[in-house]
Ligand binder design. Structure first.
Ligand code: DGL
Length: 270
């Protein structure tokens, strides 16, 4: 048993897709979330910058005495996984392995589309991981850099016309050509109604944050690292800039109040 909190991070709101899953899977765990609201987006930045940010956040979470770190960010998982492991000094989970494992089980035709940030697509991490297990798969990749700012600026409602327009612009060329789409950015499940509207119901969307949360919950249970607590776990959210916008959008996404649980921290000190 280990009553220490679980650390989860992303560049902004996207990692809350993993938090939402953890709340359901492990309701007795304390969670510490860090959203780098002052420096989002990561996916359009160079690898050196992404690595530097990732190291700082891992050091911040280590200082918070977390028992494990969930990288709820595809960009960091594909560009700076090893560096996060180095700094965190506790077990670290990334999104690629669990997402690929579920994708391979789901895809009937092997026609797979990976959508993600420019950095994630540039890393080719998903193609490599899929082909290592499923060499016949035909993997296409598409960077969708406008999706993250859409989410961070509250364009994710059911029938948001801007989100729908952008989704069509990026994805129309793949309609009818793939049976499985990896949402290779944790922000993208928040836009799944627009993405589904483009592809229709016959295409399976794989939620990378959710897949990581499922794997992490299983592994923590196997390693006997879950808390002994019987009451609901506590949550604390840290951001690197201005908290109001984050708080309001996070409450919409998590469907509960965050009053008094969001704090700003100076991540450059780490
Ligand atoms: N949500 C993150 C990801 O999964 C980062 C997006 C960004 O900041 O560009 O890649």
């Amino acid at each position: 048993m280990d009553n220490r909190p679980i650390g989860i991070f992303d560049s902004g709101l996207g990692g809350l897709t993993a938090v939402r899953e953890m709340e359901h899977l492990l309701p007795h765990e304390d969670l510490i979330y860090f959203g780098d609201t002052g420096r989002v987006p990561y996916g359009t930045k160079g690898n050196d910058t992404i690595v530097r940010y990732a190291r700082q956040i891992a050091r911040f979470l280590r200082g918070a005495d977390v028992k494990t770190v969930l990288i709820a960010c595809n960009t960091v998982s594909t560009v700076a996984y090893d560096e996060v492991c180095e700094e965190a000094a506790v077990p670290v989970f990334g999104v690629v392995e669990p997402t690929v494992s579920t994708t391979i089980k789901q895809s009937c035709t092997g026609e797979i589309l990976v959508i993600g940030t420019s950095a994630t697509v540039r890393s080719r991490a998903y193609e490599k991981a899929i082909h290592a297990l499923y060499p016949e798969a035909h993997v296409q990749s598409k960077a969708c850099p406008l999706f993250v700012p859409l989410v961070e600026n509250d364009h994710f409602g059911e029938a948001d016309p801007v989100a729908l327009l952008v989704a069509h612009e990026y994805l129309d060329e793949y309609v009818g050509k793939v049976d499985t789409v990896i949402l290779g950015c944790t922000h993208y499940p928040i836009l799944s109604s627009a993405i589904s509207a483009v592809f229709g119901q016959t295409v399976t969307l794989i939620n990378s944050g959710k897949e990581m949360a499922i794997l992490a919950a299983k592994k923590l249970a196997e390693a006997k690292l879950l808390s002994a607590r019987k009451e609901a776990g506590k949550e604390k959210f840290y951001v690197s800039d201005y908290t109001d916008n984050f708080t309001q959008l996070a409450e919409t996404l998590l469907e509960h109040s965050l009053a008094g649980h969001v704090e700003k921290t100076n991540i450059e000190e780490y």
